[in-house]
Design a protein around this ligand. Sequence first.
Ligand SMILES: [Zn+2]
Ligand SMILES: [Zn+2]
Length: 629
Amino acid sequence: MIFNPRKIVPCCLALIFIVLTGGSLNAQQPFSAITYRLSMSRPVSHIFEVAIEVELPEGFKDQAISFQMPKWSPGRYAVFDFAKNVQEVHALSGICPPKAACKMAPLKVTRVDDQTWSIAIENSHSLTFAYKVFGNNLSGTFSQLDERHANYNGGSIFMYAVDHKPDAVKLVIDPPAGWKIINGRLERAGQTEWQFPNWDIMIDTPTEIAPDWSVDNFEVDGKKYHVMVHSFGPEAGKRPALVKDIEKIVRAETALWGPPEFDEYTFLIHFAADDESGDGMEHLTSTQVIESGALSDTGMYDDTLDAVAHEFFHVWNVKRLRPFELGPWDFTKPVSTRGLFIAEGFTNYYGHLMLRRAGLRDDAMFFRRESRTITGIENAPGTRLMSAVESSLSAPFLDDAPHSQKTNLENTAISYYPKGELVGMVLDLLVRGRSQGKASLDDVMRAMYDEFYVKSSNNSYYLHGRGYQPEDLERVASKIAGVDLADFFARYVDDTQTLPYDEAFGYVGLRLKKTPLKEPFNGGLTLQFDNPRMPIIDNVRANSPAENAGLQSGDEVVDFGGKAVTKSTWLTTLARYKAGESIPITVKRHRRTIKANIVLGEVERYEYKIEEREDATPAQRALRTAWLR
Ligand SMILES: [Zn+2]
Ligand SMILES: [Zn+2]
């Protein structure tokens, strides 16, 4: 039986959530002032220094106040426990004048649990809570301080005062001499102080501090856009063109949504040139895009545009139009939301579509991109086991989560990014087709934005509007398409049935062609070649010849088909064998040497290709043009 949470959700989950998370509706009397002071006196140590100064209101009665390091941060759903990098915590009774030496009595600090510190107030009217936090990851979630720059994401360095997340906060940054600060809420050059309406908005403002980033500016519809680039490798003169193409993306996406509500927006782009760091993270008035290569590298330019098209779409979809559970958040436990297939998956789809509409890709490139996604999803063993909704709920295990326990997720899970991308594309084509071109997913998304963000009253201190549930999308899409889409959501969103590709592509004169994958049948084995002389089994597909042979993930492959295996020989060795034949393999598992035989079965992996139909009618071609241009 398939558990169907759609039956129970509509009204009551909302109430339960508000009662459990408290904060927003039951806020405490706010503190008189909260000031965060961030300094970085020794960049080579990778240690940020944070002091939180609190002025208590008249008649404040509590004996203690607590500060908490979030367990995770918005936009990345795995739990990382940022408290693991906190050190040298202490508190003082009072607030020293800035940059002055003053003597204050220490206050007793007690660590309450893995993420919480409690301070005994002892009749103080103000206090300073200070700590250091290590950060040496350039990413959209963590923070990095080194001799080149400071790039921080607030959730990984700033604790919040428990029960006072809604309070207004001030931030003062003391940068190293000669380093400049930029973020998505910069009002003037040289700014070092910010006032934020609450802690959540402060941590939504990632910040870059360095001596040598560049910034280029443009305007669209009277809104100012800044493109900060910090390159740790050569740019090959490509930056001016990149900025022009980013402007094309902004124009295409604002053409879909209408003008964004902000006045200024900042792209914070890093070319890390370390073959390791790579990320993108959305924020209300900025985004962090981190590429692992240099701008001069082949493919890096296009990868950056891909990331920008995705992240900028989040200005609307996820940052403002958001699933119900996404803000304000409870940072003591992972968030559960059923809507990530919309928030991230639809954004993946539109990121690709917007590159087409911006003229940065042609039809064939867009079809190849979506064909790759279909091939990936339809061949994934988890695709018939995990629905789009279940994948969304599993985000804490899937979104870059570290696993020290061995898992079977490769065989049981699918990502809500590609799955949601395909749900979005197919839904878009069904709405276009079934409404005879009168409506599209663009209209649905705009209506959702209007209903849940623009016209909705606030349901929390955090942000305008209120969140939606997947059922709201079903209702709005059905209304706009003029047909009941309940069956679509039941089969392809809540359940794991194969999406109706034929109907969807048929409306726009396309077809999906399925052919056996050209690669040699791999027996259900994926290898990784981090050490080229000792390949390791990365994954063993469920119910595959490799699993039948007793192989498992982590085994070191000593020989295969009688030979040592290298990255270049392993597929050619495989190609010598046919279905029904047996390939000898020797692996090392810890101290054991194991000899086995993989008996190949029939091909069961396919390549999917979106193709134009020669017999497409003029009406179908017109629908296609309306979709892509
Ligand atoms: Zn930087
Ligand atoms: Zn995203």
